[in-house]
Design a protein around this ligand. Structure first.
Ligand code: SAM
Length: 224
């Protein structure tokens, strides 16, 4: 079965509550920041209006870390993918408030975006921070990090491009390490887990995990 027909998704769409401010931001800033999903290749340089390193992020949540990284690195362009509407509104507010112009958003399942919109060997980096751990064994199949997806991610990286994952769930960290080590297109930058790269700030879910007494594991692999 190909990825685009994958029936099991890594998220459950609970639209939850969108605050008035998020809704207003959504309507006001959509045209500036949102790229509509379409099952056709996206020319990233055209989408961002320049040639610059392109970093993709999957599941940015409320977007705090995304906006922080983008503001600190104006030399890069960031494409954030998230399915959760309040999070998309929240990130747009942060981008507007910080006058951050090197970030764009696609609100859609990242697996489909990767399959249809992102060209092979077109990304300089990929960030996936604190993806849902789906702790119950019968839910492990919903985990985003699976061998076929990791092969797809690796194929979208340029040679030398990096894949940076972080989790606060030890058993998922071990699973990630095993899956990434098993992908022949990728090479670990560390012996096993990597020191936290300086550019990654603490994320919202990371703080939640730390408050629960969890550890944090970063993994940084490069495309060979
Ligand atoms: C646990 S949250 C982490 C959010 C953020 N990275 C952080 O650390 O605070 C995981 C996020 O990934 C999003 N997500 C999960 N699967 C996704 C997919 N296939 N495509 C896009 N977003 C996805 C969820 O909606 C959720 O907001």
């Amino acid at each position: 079965m190909t990825e685009q027909h994958r029936p099991i998704r890594s998220f459950v769409l609970r639209q939850g509550r969108i605050s008035e401010a998020q809704q207003r931001a959504y309507e006001q800033h959509q045209a500036r920041y949102v790229i509509d999903y379409a099952p056709q290749l996206l020319n990233l340089d055209v989408a961002f209006g320049r040639q610059a390193p392109k970093i993709l992020e999957i599941g940015f949540g409320m977007g705090g870390a995304t906006a922080h990284i983008a503001a600190e690195h104006p030399e890069n362009d960031y494409l954030g993918i998230e399915v959760h509407t309040p999070g998309v509104g929240a990130l747009m507010r942060l981008l507007d408030a910080g006058n951050i112009d090197n970030t764009r958003i696609i609100q859609h399942d990242a697996v489909e975006v990767l399959n249809h919109m992102i060209a092979p060997a077109s990304l300089d980096g990929i960030h996936i921070y604190f993806p849902d751990p789906w702790p119950k064994k019968r839910h492990h199949k919903r985990r985003l990090i699976q061998p076929p997806l990791v092969a797809l991610l690796a194929s979208r990286l340029k040679p030398g491009g990096y894949l940076h994952l972080a989790t606060d769930w030890q058993e998922y960290a071990e699973w990630m390490l095993e899956v990434l080590r098993g992908e022949p297109q990728l090479k670990n930058t560390a012996e096993d887990y990597a020191p936290k790269p300086d550019y990654r700030p603490e994320t919202k879910f990371e703080r939640r995990g730390i408050n629960l007494g969890h550890g944090v594991w970063d993994l940084v692999f490069r495309r060979v």
